[in-house]
Design a protein around this ligand. Sequence first.
Ligand SMILES: Cc1cc2nc3c(=O)[nH]c(=O)nc-3n(C[C@H](O)[C@H](O)[C@H](O)COP(=O)(O)OP(=O)(O)OC[C@H]3O[C@@H](n4cnc5c(N)ncnc54)[C@H](O)[C@@H]3O)c2cc1C
Length: 138
Amino acid sequence: MRLDFTNVEREIRARDRELDNGFSKDAQINAIRQARHYRGDRLIRVASPHKLLDPKNGPLIAVKLHILTRKSLGGIETDLSARALGADGQPIPGLYAAGEASGFGGGGMHGYRSLEGTFLGGCLFTGRTAGSAVAAAL
Ligand SMILES: Cc1cc2nc3c(=O)[nH]c(=O)nc-3n(C[C@H](O)[C@H](O)[C@H](O)COP(=O)(O)OP(=O)(O)OC[C@H]3O[C@@H](n4cnc5c(N)ncnc54)[C@H](O)[C@@H]3O)c2cc1C
């Protein structure tokens, strides 16, 4: 889809204006400000909130993204032995799921609000569980 330059510029100027407004209702600006209260974000994020059109922050670049997925937020339901469960809640013989395939960083073991960086542990753990279950079943 072709972008209308005038619309893009108007949106960016409107967005930049909200940075001057300490009581802004802009949901995205507020989310960034809220995140900045968290010390971890303040320390590791490379850029503090800034105006996109301020010349000292330029030049602007355009990036075309082809997004697949960052996180699944879902997956194949399993029991504690990593056996895949069917719609009837019963294990499907010979089918196991681990890691992201079993949902959100290893079966969602850290919950829906799990922190960034906690996924590999759950993936490895469920992989080990599945491997052990397969070995025991053979
Ligand atoms: C950008 C990014 C940053 C991340 N940063 C972190 C982090 O800092 N810390 C953290 O803990 N987690 C992080 N994660 C999440 C973590 O990387 C994943 O949760 C984890 O790697 C998933 O492991 P997995 O083995 O379940 O899946 P994957 O690592 O996706 O492995 C699946 C494998 O299956 C292969 N495959 C797919 N289809 C087929 C097929 N038909 N036949 C054969 N092979 C197939 C794929 O090629 C792939 O190698 C990040 C994820 C992303 C995308």
